[in-house]
Design a protein around this ligand. Structure first.
Ligand SMILES: C[S@@+](CC[C@H](N)C(=O)[O-])C[C@H]1O[C@@H](n2cnc3c(N)ncnc32)[C@H](O)[C@@H]1O
Length: 260
């Protein structure tokens, strides 16, 4: 069962991702007429910014959620930036083999079950031209430990899942990348303190992209109660001494190339 994304709500709560977009583009170079594929593009705000890297080329954003893709298209599609609904595990359905100079992915791959990662890496490798780059960042081991503690306790108490994401270590992921045949430039865990200045920012983040991971596997009769308990507790328990609700992110950050 997959999470239900609300494109409008998500769009209003992406500032903590967008603050890191420039860092994600570090080490990336694409020919001016290149083809970029953004996997798990969400509502497409980062995807649209990628067009500047390929002034004579094009960008395709793909996402598993039709709701996110509808929001991305509504915010602006064009000749050089297009969007398709497609899961990363079957990227080849919308990306011809050997056509991409760069496959990039922000904050998506922790939503993919661990057992599906070899398929995702195979599809990414097939999509890339020889020597093309795969640049990705997503949740790694230790991601949002404080918020997860609250979510897990309230979920488990109601028979729901615990940490329903894939948060690997750098060594676990390096092994997968090597097995998939990539040349590894780097695979590392990055610790970041992401800004959540107010209770409203924290709750917007929680509702738009965090608690939704638990809901499909909770009995519908307990969802309202789960949501109320989690929201009450995070506001009470995650306030820092400086008054913010900043979250401790741990990102699995990688740059690899399709072997030439
Ligand atoms: C936190 S959002 C990130 C969106 C965007 N990359 C950004 O930076 O704002 C995660 C996105 O991953 C998508 N997603 C989850 N599983 C996926 C899969 N298997 N294949 C493609 N997209 C997926 C979700 O639908 C969601 O839009």
């Amino acid at each position: 069962m997959t999470a239900a994304w609300d494109g409008e709500l998500y769009s209003a709560n992406t500032a903590h991702h967008r603050a890191y977009d420039a860092a994600v583009l570090e080490g990336v170079s694409v020919p001016a007429d290149g083809r970029i594929v953004d996997v798990g593009c969400g509502v497409g705000d980062f995807t649209r910014s990628l067009a500047a890297l390929v002034p004579e080329g094009s960008v395709l954003g793909v996402d598993a959620s039709a709701e996110q893709i509808a929001a991305a298209r509504a915010a602006g599609e064009g000749e050089r930036v297009t969007f398709e609904t497609c899961v990363a595990q079957r990227l080849g359905e919308v990306v011809p083999a050997g056509s991409a100079d760069l496959v990039i992915s922000v904050a998506c791959l922790h939503w993919v079950p661990w057992d599906d990662h070899p398929a995702v890496l195979r599809e990414v490798g097939e999509a890339l031209k020889q020597g093309g780059a795969f640049r990705a960042e997503f949740g790694g081991a230790g991601q949002i430990a404080g918020a997860r503690r609250v979510l897990d306790e309230e979920s488990e108490r109601r028979g729901g899942p615990v940490s329903p994401w894939t948060f690997p270590t750098d060594e676990e992921y390096r092994a997968l990348l090597v097995a998939a045949g990539f040349d590894v430039s780097w695979v590392r865990l990055l610790r970041q303190r992401r800004s959540m200045p107010t209770p409203d920012a924290l709750l917007g983040w929680l509702r738009s992209q965090v608690a939704i991971a638990y809901l499909p596997r909770l009995d519908p009769s307990v969802v309202t109660d789960f949501t109320a308990a989690v929201e009450r507790r995070v506001v009470e328990e995650l306030r820092r001494p400086d008054g913010t609700y900043d979250q401790d992110y741990v990102r699995l950050d990688l740059l690899v190339r399709a072997a030439g």
